[in-house]
Design a protein around this ligand. Structure first.
Ligand code: SF4
Length: 318
């Protein structure tokens, strides 16, 4: 049996401890694909609360962007950050025996704010006991050279990751999901981050509208070639009150089946160079905001059991 190279293994080997990611979502962050800078409405599948429950509680009417000259809600953001780090760190210590932590700026576009705000928030997170680094989720069109250079400097002493949504390398798909940037933009951002010595995680979605398996695997191959260090594979699922929900209800979009997703996942992993760690092999949402496919509403352990079963047949352990 072959042990697949997971992100957990990577962290364990590097830090000799159980390292967990503390997800945070802060008021004031938005996305250029939502606020009208590159588009309005966001990606067709996006209802951001579905990715980060913290946001539902902490919403504010003030939103930041790269041109913001002041941040009137910085104190509120710091307060939210403190609460989320302290409570989640404690829970992870108790439940999982976590010893060290990466603070994961997850919701929306976490480099889409004035540089001083980003710096203040990141440094506050890094000051916490047992926090060894950061993972920053963002869009490839929202990372300035100033931020990349700052992160590169931080990475000399801390574990710094930047996570880019790649989703697909096909521009026709990116147009169809209203992504607001093309594939070249992501490729260039990944290569730039790598050239500065940063760790990069890429996110891919299987089951995007109009894509067959060949295209999904084409995206995986390209992402590997662009130099990512880690990968998250997601199925596309439909959340109520999104643009994708309309397409689905009008019969214009058919969600990926569990069988096709697992088969694509296995083929994508088989193509993956061994040094790229796997951070995620599926995703779902087990509440009544899920519209389809039903299998994405299965409890996480059931979903993983089905995937592990398929891995076993390949001789893989995850
Ligand atoms: S880039 Fe992320 S936050 Fe922005 S619209 Fe797309 S999914 Fe939503």
């Amino acid at each position: 049996m072959k042990q697949l190279y997971t992100y957990g293994l990577y962290l364990k080997k590097k830090f000799h401890a159980k390292v967990s990611k503390i997800p945070v979502g802060l008021s004031g962050f938005t996305c250029p694909n939502i606020d009208g800078t590159v588009a309005k409405g966001g990606c067709t599948f996006c209802l951001n609360e579905s990715f980060s429950p913290n946001l539902a509680v902490n919403s504010t009417k003030t939103f930041l962007n790269l041109q913001s000259t002041a941040n009137p809600i910085l104190d509120k953001q710091l307060e939210e950050l403190d609460v989320q780090i302290v409570t989640t760190r404690e829970r992870m210590r108790q439940q999982w025996g976590s010893q060290k932590f990466l603070v994961y700026f997850q919701a929306f576009t976490n480099t889409y704010a004035p540089f001083e705000t980003i710096k203040t928030l990141y440094e506050r997170a890094l000051a916490y006991e047992d926090v060894i680094g950061l993972s920053i989720g963002t869009r490839s069109d929202s990372v300035t050279d100033e931020v990349l250079e700052y992160l590169a400097e931080l990475s000399k002493t801390k574990e710094i990751w930047i996570e880019f949504g790649i989703q697909s390398i096909y521009d026709e798909t990116l147009m169809r999901i209203n992504r607001g940037h093309d594939a070249l933009n992501v490729e260039q951002a990944i290569k730039k981050a790598k050239a500065k010595g940063l760790n990069v995680c890429g996110h891919l979605i299987f089951g995007l509208p109009g894509e067959d398996q060949e295209m999904m695997l084409g995206s995986a191959k390209a992402a590997y070639e662009w130099g990512i260090d880690s990968i998250k594979y997601h199925p596309l699922y439909v959340v109520k009150h999104t643009l994708l929900a309309n397409e689905y209800l009008q019969g214009e979009f058919e969600p990926i089946s569990k069988e096709l997703f697992v088969d694509t996942l296995i083929k994508a992993i088989a193509l993956k160079p061994d040094h790229i760690s796997i951070q995620r092999v599926t995703a779902g949402i087990d509440d009544d905001t899920l519209l389809a496919p039903a299998w994405c509403g299965l409890p996480r352990n059931q979903m993983l059991a089905a995937i592990n079963e398929a891995f076993k047949e390949k001789g893989w352990i995850y």
